[in-house]
Design a protein around this ligand. Structure first.
Ligand code: GTP
Ligand code: MG
Length: 472
């Protein structure tokens, strides 16, 4: 048993191929933990992982090999320690661990039981697609003999073949009434907190530590969420404020448009990579982004009008397919923009007050230069894609192996239509706010606008807000 200073030790046990290693991956947020395969007997040895709170190990988790033949082992133990001897559970298990077969036929099982004896409790992982069989009951009897609390963790709960009802009933008949549903591929947003709450019920002497871990899980989730929205806000400000000058001829315009598109695409990619990293995933989890496929909805090019239409974003008349798609053109005649009144306000002020800052840009305009900026529709698509990605990442277990598929949700509606947030409108008139611009310059106002935009994003990410839970 652990003292308050030593970590709580949990053995992850269960029938083979039920997702024990997967559970460890998801709880530790480490997709590289152990080996996961869709075949029995993948894990052969006990392997540990740690969960830290403020740099201190709160829980040690031990992955164990799967139990395969609980029935035969129970028969063997009954021979070694017949019920007439009235040994208690842990004594029976210890007798088995000293027997020759614990090193031969039942070597795998011995590893599991030895570990569970040493630990404070066990998480019993169940594949709820399996029918409840005698072998499960026997292996549960063996595990229960170790004398520590067991919390059944029901995996594969999203499967159409799940037999949740049968499992709940069978477990409660065996005296296991605290149960948690935790699909390791797509856990519920509150899956981890539920797991620690249920464990605390079973181990009240460790409830304080489990409570600390639980609140840390919630805090970290909140911080990740806020970081993610800030990353998206940065991307949107960079994209909205970027303006690229061009000479008033077609070649120059095309070149400027290409440059604009390239910078925005690269910037979106950086944001995707940063988000994946922030949630402990990698580009392997989201190949659709790095390998855009023609005709594939979310993989389609950011500047392709079809990608916008597919997302239900209204594409203005000006935005045709072709060389200029996704770009907006402002023509400046003697400093007067035909397209963006706000720019003139800012620029005209700048002309007198800050000739250094705005001088070069204005000079260009006065000579009849043109400027290219990104179309509103593209900003909408950028916001929707990134918010959709965050939503998927927050619902993805680190055991998941299938690629992320972005889903459109009603929470994104505010981006699909209606007016863009004021923060973005203001960014439009501040070309130096874009980190993609050659004359990038941050100031206090940019900082404020960024914060306001992140707050606005919180509204449209509400459905994915893990702290408050899904909106009804
Ligand atoms: N769809 C789905 N697949 C899952 C889930 N959890 C695990 N898997 C898959 O189930 C298979 C077995 O997962 P593992 O984590 O290796 O199972 P294990 O219990 O550690 O297996 P052994 O070490 O062989 O006993 C893998 O193919 C996983 O990808 C789940 O919640 N949903
Ligand atoms: Mg395993």
């Amino acid at each position: 048993m652990s003292s308050p200073e030593t970590p709580l030790r949990l053995a992850v046990v269960g029938h083979t191929n039920t997702g024990k290693t997967s559970l460890l991956r998801t709880l530790t947020r480490n997709p590289g933990f152990g080996h996961v395969e869709d075949s029995p007997g993948t894990t052969r040895h006990v392997e540990g992982a740690r969960l830290l709170v403020d740099g201190v190990v709160a829980i040690e988790l031990f992955d164990t090999p799967g139990l395969e033949d609980g029935m035969a082992l129970l028969d063997y133990i009954d021979q070694l320690a017949p019920p007439s001897q009235r040994l208690d559970g842990p004594e029976r298990i210890r007798r088995f661990l000293q027997s020759p077969e614990s090193k031969r036929r039942f070597e795998q099982e011995a590893r599991v039981l030895r570990k569970l004896l040493e630990c404070d409790a066990g998480l019993y992982v169940v594949d709820v697609r399996d029918p409840v069989l005698g072998k499960h009951k026997d292996e549960l009897a063996l595990l229960a003999s170790c004398g520590h609390p067991l919390l059944p963790v029901l995996n594969f709960t999203h499967s159409p073949d799940q037999r949740l009802g049968a499992w709940r009933e069978a477990l409660s008949r065996l005296g296991l009434h605290a149960i948690v549903e935790f699909d390791t591929i797509a856990p519920a947003l509150d899956g981890e907190t539920q797991l620690y709450d249920k464990l605390a019920l079973l181990m009240d002497q460790h409830a304080g530590r489990l409570q600390t871990l639980r609140s840390d899980v919630v805090t970290q989730r909140g911080i990740r969420h806020a970081d993610a929205l800030r990353m998206i806000a940065e991307l949107l400000i960079d994209a909205a404020s970027l303006r690229i000058s061009a000479e008033p001829d077609e070649t120059s315009l095309k070149k400027a448009t290409e440059s604009l598109r390239r910078r925005i695409r690269d910037r979106e990619n950086d944001c995707v990579q940063a988000l994946l990293k922030r949630y402990n995933f990698s580009s392997r989890d989201f190949p659709a982004h790095t390998l855009p496929l023609q005709g594939e909805r979310w993989g389609m090019d950011l500047f392709h009008p079809q990608a916008l239409k597919d997302m239900g974003i209204h594409v203005g008349k000006g935005m045709a397919a072709g060389a200029m798609a996704g770009a907006t053109l402002d023509v400046f005649m003697a400093g007067i923009s035909l397209g963006a009144a706000t720019v003139i306000g800012a620029a005209a002020g700048g002309l007198w007050q800050g000739a250094d800052k705005f001088g070069k840009r204005l000079l260009g305009r006065l000579k009849g230069f043109q400027e290219i900026s990104v179309d509103d529709a593209v900003l909408r698509l950028l916001a929707m894609r990134q918010l959709g990605l965050v939503q998927s990442l927050e619902r993805r277990g680190h055991a998941a192996q299938a690629p992320i598929e972005l889903k459109d949700t009603p929470a994104l509606d505010t981006w699909r239509e209606g007016s863009l947030p004021d923060a973005l409108k203001e960014a439009r008139s501040q070309p130096q706010w874009s980190t993609l611009a050659d004359d990038y310059q941050a100031n206090g106002r940019r900082h404020e606008v960024l914060r306001a935009l992140a707050e606005h994003l919180e509204g449209s990410a509400e459905g994915s807000d893990p702290v408050r839970g899904p909106t009804p």
